[in-house]
Write a protein that binds this ligand. Sequence first.
Ligand SMILES: [Zn+2]
Length: 378
Amino acid sequence: MTVRSLWLGACALLALTTACQSLSPLKSPSNAALQAQQAPSRAFEFQSLFEVDGAGDRWLESRFRDFDQGLLKENLNLRTQGPLQLKPEARQGRYLSRAYTAPFAFNAVMPAWTAQIPAGAQLEVQARVSNDGHNWGSWLPLFQERSILLPQQMRFIQYQVLFKSPDAARLPVFEGISFQFGKTRPNAGLSRAGRKQALVPKPEVLPREAWRARPPKGEYTPHTPAAIVLHHTWKPTSAQYLKDATIRGIQNYHMNDNKWSDIGYHFLIGPDGVIYQGRPETVVGAHSTPNTNYVGICIIGDYDPGQDPLTPESYAALLDLMTWLTSEYGIATQEFYGHRDFSTKSCPGDSVHHRLDEIRTEVKRRLELAQQPPAPRR
Ligand SMILES: [Zn+2]
C-alpha cells in the first residue's frame, strides 16, 4: 500500500472516528520529569511533506528518530539515532518523548510506527495532546495507522512507549514513529468541540436483563473496538432458533463447557432480526483470537453452502449494527472480517462471508449520508 493510498484511507477513516471524543479536560502534568517540556519545543523536521488534493484538507507527514532527546528512558538501551530496546535484565520499560510542536493546529493525528515485538513481548504506544504545551490531556492508546479525531484543535503532541518482555530472549525493539497531522475544514461537521453523539442512531439492542443473562464469572478486560468479526452459530440452525432461550443456551455452553467467564460474543442476531447484547462491546470477548479490539457478532443459523439463507431481517439488523459500531468507535470498513479470516473454520459461512464487500459499501454509503449537512431551510 502506498503512503498516499494509505493516507486517503485514513481520511475516510477520520470522518468516522470518534475514538478521542472522551478526551479528558486538560490538566497540569504532575510528573516533575515533564517540566522540561515547558521549554519551547522544536518544530518537526519534515522529511516528507505532501498535500492530499481533492478533499480540501491539508495533511502533513513527518518522521523522526530522535529518541536521544526523550525525557525519560526507563530500563532501555539506546544507540544514538538508533532504536530503543528493553534492557535484557528488565521486564518492563518506558520511553517518554519530548513534546513536539505540530506544523499547524490539528484536530486529527495518525501514527505509524515500526517495531520488533517477539511473541510474548508487548509494546504499547500512547500519545497525549495539548493546545499550549503546558496543559496536557490524558494518555490515549494509539493504534497502528489509525486516525484519532480530537474534540478541539491542538498544537502539541507527546508520546510514550511501554515495553514488556517475559524474558531476556524476547526483548521488544521500537525503531521509529511518524505522526501525520490533519486539520478538517471548519464546516466538516466532525470537528465540533465536545461532540459526543454518534453520527448514526444505535439500533435497538435487547439488553442482557431482557434475555435473562447470567452474570459474568469474572472481571472483564476493557478494550477499544477497532474491528468487527462475523460468526454464525452453525448449530443451532435458523429453524432451531428459540429467541432468548437460544441465547441463554449459547451462554451456558460458553460458560459451562468452554469454561469462559461469559458468553463469548458481543452481539448476537436472530433470524427474526432481533439484536441481543452479549458482552459489552467495550470489553474483550472470546470468539476469535486474539480477541482484543475485535467485536464479535454472531448470526444465529448455519450459513454454509446449501444451508440456511440469510434472512432479510437478520441482514438488515446486521447492517444497522455494523453502521452504528463503525460510527461510534471509528472502525474502518477494511476492518470487517469473518471468523475464517483468522481460523480454519468455515465460519461465518459463505452466505455471510461473501457479502462482506457489499456490507462495507453499504455501511460507507450510510455514513456518508449521515455526514451530509441538513438541507438549508427556505
Ligand atoms: Zn466463528
